[in-house]
Design a protein. Structure first.
Length: 336
């Protein structure tokens, strides 16, 4: 049954892609070649994992258009990231493009994650409050082929890929007011948010990090050998934390607390089953020691045993609604 459903969905995506492509062809030019839809479950199974990821990423593209296309402008864009690598991104704009709007760079979580339909409520809310939203699919993201996936650089060039979205907006999106630029993310995206404001505080007016990764040394000691190997296999880390601790320290936000110059809101859960609370306690203590909480630059909120654990701010509960209200209020204080 599941294979039959997948095959039907796959055929639909191919048909949509074919219609979309043919509708953009110029008169008098040959029709572009399209890949025929799989006609059997066996044929679908024969696709590589990466080909299937690319295919099902098209479903997210379609889902964003269907659910949001009448409320805002929805675009898939490409821009140059670190070292010229092409970075796909989702761009969401208020329908009124004659006015200037503040911008929020919104960063997906997950090691090899991607910006998927689960982010639709946040996008709808942000654009409804007048923000331009851009969501980079930085190197390492899933859904764009093996080369993009294998280019993962945790805490390195992925951060530059995200920051490069600003230059794209400045050049190609006239309604984006990049002088009012905020940044936010969840988990791994929260981690990139922190490193972005530490490395380039002059670019951002405000930042919000939901359940962010903050301390790679502690994190390696609290997660499985398989998870640790994802990092050890990356050239920038050069082995495990025991073999080469320096990059793990350098790429940990807790090591840069004194560099905070941008107002920052961090939202956490004490029952988080992915980013264990010790990580964010370490960041909180570093911020206190650096005087950032006393200065009013660092705001910390922790929920006790909320439903959803690591995903607590992404579900439909009073705690999640409170977290989102805090997020909107904090962004609005500095961007509106």
């Amino acid at each position: 049954m599941r294979d039959s459903v997948r095959l039907a969905v796959t055929a639909t995506v191919f048909a949509f892609a074919a219609c979309s492509t043919s509708s953009t062809a110029k008169p008098g030019t040959p029709a572009p070649q399209t890949t025929p839809a799989p006609t059997s479950v066996t044929e679908t199974r024969g696709m590589s994992d990466f080909d299937q990821q690319v295919l099902f990423k098209r479903l997210d593209d379609l889902d964003f258009q269907i659910q949001l296309g009448r409320q805002m402008i929805v675009r898939n864009v490409l821009y140059a990231g670190a070292e010229g690598m092409i970075i796909p991104a989702y761009l969401f704009l208020p329908l009124d493009t004659t006015a200037k709007h503040p911008v929020v760079i919104t960063i997906h979580g997950g090691v090899h994650g991607d910006f998927e339909h689960f982010y639709i409520p946040e996008v709808r809310s942000l654009v409804g409050h007048g923000y331009v939203v851009i969501a980079p699919e930085y190197r390492g993201s899933t859904g764009y082929g093996r080369a993009h996936y294998d280019a993962i650089d945790y805490g390195g060039k992925e951060v530059d890929d995200v920051i490069a979205a600003r230059a794209y907006l400045a050049t190609y999106v006239p309604s984006a007011d990049i002088s009012r630029l905020g940044i936010m993310g969840w988990s791994h995206g929260g981690y990139i948010t922190l490193l972005s404001i530490f490395r380039h505080p002059e670019l951002f007016r405000v930042a919000v990090a939901h359940v962010p990764v903050t301390d790679l040394v502690t994190r390696m000691h609290m997660h499985s050998p398989e998870y640790r190997q994802i990092f050890a296999a990356q050239q920038a880390f050069g082995g495990t934390v025991e073999q080469n601790p320096t990059p793990y320290i350098d790429r940990s936000p807790i090591a840069h607390a004194r560099e905070l110059r941008t107002p920052l809101l961090v939202l956490t859960a004490d029952n988080d089953d992915d980013v264990f609370i010790q990580e964010n306690h370490n960041l909180r203590d570093s911020m206190v020691a650096a005087g950032k909480m006393a200065d009013g630059l660092y705001t910390y909120r922790e929920w006790h045993d909320p439903p959803g654990k690591h995903e607590f701010s992404r579900v439909d509960t009073p705690q999640a609604h409170e977290a989102w209200d805090l997020t909107l209020g904090f962004l609005g204080k500095y961007l509106q």
